[in-house]
Design a protein around this ligand. Structure first.
Ligand SMILES: [Zn+2]
Length: 172
């Protein structure tokens, strides 16, 4: 079960695991706005899992020092193929090496972009110039990544729980 987190001003921050949400609750950092019907039971206690929580304090809404990962490349590129700018599902895209691996291109922030299957096939193991394709923007290592992108990532991949919809409003 996933939990929607809101800032102290009730703006969506992102999505976290319920275990993390429980630890934030016990630490007194958040309060619960709504719960799932399911209960979690342990020998000593049982409780309902929150579905939406809100922070009591002003939490920065960006993740510092973005780790290189398939998902974070997708997030950096706003989920768009960097050649045709088509929106690609985060479960259904490829990573393209701008400088192909056979030419010594490595798997790092500034050589890897989100790519749809069509463009990936067209480009093959050529450089963009050789393939006659235009890269939307040179890739770089982001300083930070917005939490909100987690949410967009989630929206594309899963049905949004009913209790989130009020808080997400126009973002859906
Ligand atoms: Zn494409």
């Amino acid at each position: 079960m996933k939990v929607l987190t809101l800032s102290h001003t009730y703006e969506p921050l992102g999505v976290i695991n319920w275990e993390k949400a429980i630890s934030l609750l016990y630490a007194g950092k958040v309060k619960t706005l709504s719960e799932y019907d399911q209960e979690v039971r342990s020998p000593s206690t049982s409780f309902r899992v929150p579905s939406v929580i809100v922070f009591h304090y002003n939490k920065r809404n960006r993740v510092k020092s973005a780790r290189f990962s398939r998902k974070n490349v997708w997030v950096r590129d706003n989920g768009k193929c960097q050649y045709c700018l088509r929106q690609v599902n985060s479960q259904n895209f490829t990573l393209d090496h701008v400088v192909p691996r056979k030419n010594g291109g490595t798997t790092v922030w500034n050589n890897v972009v989100t790519c749809c299957y069509d463009c990936n096939q067209k480009k093959g193991d050529k450089t963009p110039q050789q393939a006659g394709m235009k890269l939307y923007a040179p890739p770089n290592k982001p300083e930070t990544l917005p939490y909100m992108q987690d949410l967009e990532y989630y929206n594309i991949n899963a049905a949004v729980p009913e209790s989130w919809k009020f808080w997400l409003g126009e973002q859906l």
